[in-house]
Design a protein around this ligand. Structure first.
Ligand code: Z5A
Length: 214
């Protein structure tokens, strides 16, 4: 007997430092999944829902020091709660696969490691806001900090609030992402993002095939 409910979709996130190539790779991954008859919603954080996009504006613009680490973390989680409840969960329940450009591992890396708030505080907030909800697969694009920053700045002109943070901050968050992957090997996979876009996509496709049995 069938219940008529579609099978829940998969939630994939791409993570990494500035200019790691997430946006570029998400386009290729969506096309590749569509070719396999998988319906895909692409989204991003901070943002992805109307309210979260408004909060994004507070986070990516303005003075580098405008928020302390805890306030910044709470703004990211407020945006995330709205995004998950209004966009991500309904799409997954409708059977779509959702690919998000950044998710909660960015908060752990940027605010937890980068700003030094620490793993335990971020995890406690995560558990309160999202309970057991998590990604099915998180791909972390790893790249030399300087290379990523120069890619990002050549595209955006260095206007973004986070791009203007100092190099040590960006180095801490790179190490943070590598530690996150080490602590959650079933959910996360690190991909070397130094090669050209096709080379990076070949690695991502292999991970998705292996982990999600596409
Ligand atoms: N943030 C946070 O602190 N806490 C959180 O919880 C969350 C986020 C969710 C959002 O900015 C900021 O919020 C983010 C962290 C913080 N920091 N910043 N900045 P965003 O979403 O606007 O920016 P981003 O996520 O860092 O994206 P990005 O800089 O646009 O990078 P990307 O999406 O990873 O890369 P891309 O756009 O695909 O590529 C960048 C350039 O490199 C572009 O010109 C490409 O053509 C080029 N590119 C891409 N791939 C390659 C390869 N393989 N070789 C050479 N060139 C390449």
């Amino acid at each position: 007997m069938t219940t008529g409910q579609p099978e829940r979709g998969k939630f994939i996130t791409l993570e990494g430092g500035e200019g790691a190539g997430k946006t570029t790779q998400i386009k290729s991954l969506k096309n590749w999944l569509n070719d396999r008859n998988i319906d895909v919603l692409t989204t991003r954080e901070p943002g992805g829902s109307e309210g979260a996009e408004q909060i994004r504006d507070l986070l990516v613009n303005g003075d580098v020091a405008r928020w302390d680490a805890m306030t910044e973390t709470l703004l990211h989680f407020a945006a995330r709660r709205d995004h998950v409840e209004k966009v991500v969960k309904p799409a997954l329940e409708a059977g779509k696969w959702v690919i998000s450009d950044r998710f909660a591992d960015s908060t752990m890396a940027y605010q937890g490691y980068g700003h030094g708030l620490g793993i335990d505080q971020i995890q406690t907030i995560y558990d309160t806001i999202l309970s057991s909800f998590n990604t099915d697969l998180t791909i972390i694009l790893d790249l030399e900090t300087e290379v990523g920053l120069s890619r990002a700045i050549s595209r955006s002109g260095g206007e973004d609030r986070y791009e203007r943070m100092d190099i040590e901050f960006h180095q801490r968050l790179r190490q943070g992402f590598l530690e996150i992957a080490k602590n959650a090997p079933d959910r996360c996979c690190v991909v070397d993002a130094a090669g050209d876009a096709d080379d990076v996509f070949d690695q991502i496709r292999a991970v998705v095939q292996d982990r999600l049995k596409v």
